[in-house]
Design a protein around this ligand. Structure first.
Ligand code: ZN
Length: 389
């Protein structure tokens, strides 16, 4: 049995009266919005929204060094130039050396404080109190300073590197000797990165006689680790090591293409970088062959890269295609255990040279091998299409 609500009989008039809508004597009250921050009143939702966005919306505070914002956790390896520091959308700034006590610093003093650091760790907290009544917006940076701008020390490491590691037949014992020699120079990250380059070479070559563990084939992480540090140093030796690492990894981005003074490398880069760019087109300009400059051995080069470099130099100077040459290229590209990225460079040089010398049919095999590859794939697809026509 359903239950029903009940009313007292004498209330029934009032009850029924309430069911009829009775217009209020003052007329319909228009809806309105009151701003929670400044109590201003808005008749329309749209004008209220515009007021909130225009008056009470804060932006994230941030800092830039030389036009780039650091990551929230970053390593600073180049001394910060106080003139290159810019702070945006910030009302207050705080610094800490231990991440527990922060002390406020005038915004005008932040740049000078950053420029003073060469080691240690610094936390910066920026606050944007964009509205007195709203929660402020914070940005925090955790910066580790490892600035080595003592040229004399870096030069000592460079010299030790060339003396101990700039030779054929380098082994892990030589790497250990280099680390020992540079221990007291106190630029550990720099020398460790250089050692990482050489360990990367030995791992990539994979010869257990050099003292590497035969199981490790991951030279990529050594190369990447070395690159992360060495690219921050505007010195000839780290620049050369970075170029060799990028060459090995098929990284031909134009942004960091620069002459290294190592003729074979510069010539090979000049041949390969136009092929690696998206939508780039191989123009049949003859690359300048490596000059016979006075050579000095400064660093080991992994066998795969060395073979590609040598072949690139040969092909740049080749004016005539021959069956012998094609057979040699076939043999080189088909070497078992050749690093896949080195194989791609062989194929690209082969195809580009055959195409330059008008031997289109000789370019087809290497181009088909490159089709779909991330580095030279687009160029290969384009050239295959051109040859098909
Ligand atoms: Zn308001």
């Amino acid at each position: 049995m359903p239950t029903c609500s009940w009313i007292r009989e004498k209330d029934s008039d009032a009850f029924y009266a309430a069911l009829e809508s009775v217009p209020s004597p003052g007329g319909e009250r228009a809806p309105s919005w009151q701003c929670p921050f400044c109590a201003a009143i808005f008749p329309k939702a749209e004008s209220f929204r515009l007021h909130l966005e225009g008056t009470h919306t804060g932006r994230r505070p941030f800092v830039t060094f030389g036009g780039a914002e650091p990551k929230s956790t970053d390593v600073i390896r180049q001394r910060i130039d106080s003139k290159s520091v810019a702070i945006f959308d910030t009302t207050r700034a705080y610094l800490s050396r231990d991440h527990s006590t922060f002390s406020e610093i005038a915004l005008s003093k932040v740049a000078g404080e950053l420029a003073r650091n060469s080691d240690g760790r610094l936390w910066i907290r920026l606050k944007n109190q964009f509205d007195a009544n709203a929660d402020p917006i914070h940005t925090e940076y955790d910066l580790s300073f490892r600035v080595y701008d003592d040229d004399a020390k870096l030069k000592r490491v460079d010299l030790a590197f060339v003396k101990t590691l700039g030779k054929d037949g380098v082994t892990m014992d030589d790497v250990d000797a280099f680390i020992r020699q540079t221990e007291d120079i106190a630029v550990p990250e720099y020398s460790a990165a250089m050692a990482d380059y050489v360990i990367g070479v030995l791992v990539k070559d994979g010869d257990p006689a050099t003292g590497i563990r035969a199981a490790t084939r991951d030279y990529g992480s050594r190369y990447e680790g070395a690159l992360t540090v060495l690219r921050e140093f505007a010195r000839p030796l780290p620049r050369l090591l970075c170029s060799l690492i990028r060459f090995s990894r098929n990284d031909f981005a134009l942004g960091h293409m620069a002459a290294t003074g190592f003729g074979l490398l510069d010539s090979a880069n000049a041949q390969l970088s136009p092929l690696a760019h998206k939508g780039g087109r191989w123009t049949a300009t003859k690359p300048t062959p490596a000059s016979d400059e006075k050579k000095m051995t400064v660093c080991p080069v992994d066998n795969g890269s060395a073979a590609v470099l040598w072949r690139a130099g040969q092909l740049a100077a080749t004016a005539r295609w021959s069956r012998d040459l094609e057979a040699q290229l076939h043999a080189e590209a088909d070497v078992p255990n050749l690093d896949p990225e080195d194989r791609q460079k062989f194929f690209a040089l082969w195809a580009a040279t055959a195409h330059r010398l008008g031997k289109k049919e000789s370019a087809i095999y290497p181009l088909r091998n490159l089709a779909g590859s991330y580095c030279f794939g687009q160029w290969a697809d384009m050239l295959l299409e051109e040859i098909d026509r």
